[in-house]
Design a protein around this ligand. Sequence first.
Ligand SMILES: CC(=O)N[C@H]1[C@@H](OP(=O)(O)OP(=O)(O)OC[C@H]2O[C@@H](n3ccc(=O)[nH]c3=O)[C@H](O)[C@@H]2O)O[C@H](CO)[C@@H](O)[C@@H]1O[C@H](C)C(=O)N[C@@H](C)C(=O)N[C@H](CCC(=O)O)C(=O)O
Ligand SMILES: Nc1ncnc2c1ncn2[C@@H]1O[C@H](COP(=O)(O)OP(=O)(O)OP(=O)(O)O)[C@@H](O)[C@H]1O
Length: 487
Amino acid sequence: MQLLQNILKDVKVLSTQGSLDVQVQAITFDSRKVEEGVLFVAVRGAQADGHDFISKAEEARAVAVVCEALPAQLQAGITYVQVPDSAEALGQMASSFYEHPSKKLELVGVTGTNGKTTSVTLLHKLFRELGYHVGLLSTVQNQINEEVIPSTHTTPDAVELNRLLAQMVKAGCTHCFMEVSSHAMVQQRVAGLTFAGGVFTNITHDHLDYHGSFDEYIKAKKSFFDMLPKKAFALVNADDKRGAVMVQNTKASTHFFALRKVVDFKGRIIDNTIQGLHLEVDGQEIWCKLIGAFNAYNLLGAYGVAVLLGEDPVEALTVLSSLDSAAGRFDYLVSDAQITGIVDYAHTPDALENVLNTIQQIRNPNQKVITLVGCGGNRDAAKRPIMADIACRLSDKVILTSDNPRFEEPQTILEDMQKGVKPLDFKKTLSVLDRKEAIKTACMLAEANDIILVAGKGHETYQEVKGVKHDFDDKKVLREMFQQLGK
Ligand SMILES: CC(=O)N[C@H]1[C@@H](OP(=O)(O)OP(=O)(O)OC[C@H]2O[C@@H](n3ccc(=O)[nH]c3=O)[C@H](O)[C@@H]2O)O[C@H](CO)[C@@H](O)[C@@H]1O[C@H](C)C(=O)N[C@@H](C)C(=O)N[C@H](CCC(=O)O)C(=O)O
Ligand SMILES: Nc1ncnc2c1ncn2[C@@H]1O[C@H](COP(=O)(O)OP(=O)(O)OP(=O)(O)O)[C@@H](O)[C@H]1O
């Protein structure tokens, strides 16, 4: 519970009606969650406008309403606060309501098209190993030390975000590593937070359906670095063409990491194999369990953060070299028959191409690549034939199967994918509707030393069919099938 006037301390206010000396029980931007004593913030969204639900919040006995445009008729007993930007005010108020938890933590945000989850997960594990109490906010899951809190978004909304940070502070955390999505920047979910640092991994064409153009997408990512305070650091991948643009207006101190340039944190890949990466970082050689050249960037970024936060460089590298990948991100197991099974979240054409190119770089010419891939239902259908084509182009055998069909017919999705298979690739392509059967088929086809890629669902532990989430874990099924087949 907090006094409204305290909650409004950091907010630019245009006008107020009613008393500011009232107690606020909770803050929400969803009228359906308003109860007596709750503060309702009317936010303009992609589908709806929160201002249209002010009357619902009034009926549910909100204690106060924060909005950009006041309703024509004001209700007695409710305080109205007019602000120029409700989304920004929401972030600032959520931070005040929870007593600014971000100021009590070393909060580091990671943004970029790829590598956010891997980077924050590496950082969480690294700082745990270094002996700290650490929080994590990621697409896969949120964590307070080892306690797992399910995650619904890459970056939670402002209220949930500050609530989680406050929980971390209460649990004695000194650090929190979080993903900052471009959606979160546009919707100002991180407004009002105090970051100790920000990391930029890379940027490629993605989410253009939401942002409209690549320029707008770049602007969204850049705005994160624009908001960093002077005493924070901005750590940027200098090998990415847009790296310098990201920090051109930041007040934070700027640092770079790269594999191809001489910068603050310089790495070099000595060897990149299916057993892991052999790297040279700042003159020191390390062997890491993570595979794929892109992971050299994630490791280098995590190393840079540790050093910028004052950790010993040698100790940080030693710990990093012992860490596994994030769940479902190039997550692999080797069967008794020496077949490598890789589970990866790649569910877009770009990600699938990346993963398969990485596998092509590290495999021996005598290792066959068997790719199993499906596409989700009720999502962008245009990618279905494209993903099938990519799989065929970069694999020796392809098994098309179901992902999360959701409310669509799995057979229809499969047929859409089949349209992308070129006549020359018919012979190497199979369609097996049932995902478990498809994984079994891949295991049956594989011989010693071959590589099976199970793409699309990564860390997910369910398959969503007609609104029901059935238990399904690609890595578990893969392990089970190897055992069943004695491979
Ligand atoms: C497109 C998008 O990002 N939408 C997010 C957004 O909802 P919205 O702006 O569309 O909300 P809206 O439906 O237009 O409603 C506007 C306002 O009216 C309010 N309302 C609405 C109805 C009602 O009866 N009463 C009411 O008060 C809503 O609470 C809202 O405040 O704000 C909501 C609250 O924060 C989010 O839950 C919601 O995420 C949706 C579910 C989503 O799927 N978002 C994805 C795309 C997303 O954010 N992804 C990124 C990661 C992307 C990536 O890198 O892969 C993420 O950070 O997770
Ligand atoms: N630094 C990187 N550069 C390019 N590709 C990467 C990088 N890191 C990971 N990837 C690839 O992108 C996939 C997604 O990685 P990760 O989950 O870490 O990224 P993300 O930015 O969090 O994306 P998402 O929010 O979709 O999970 C990985 O499985 C891998 O194939």
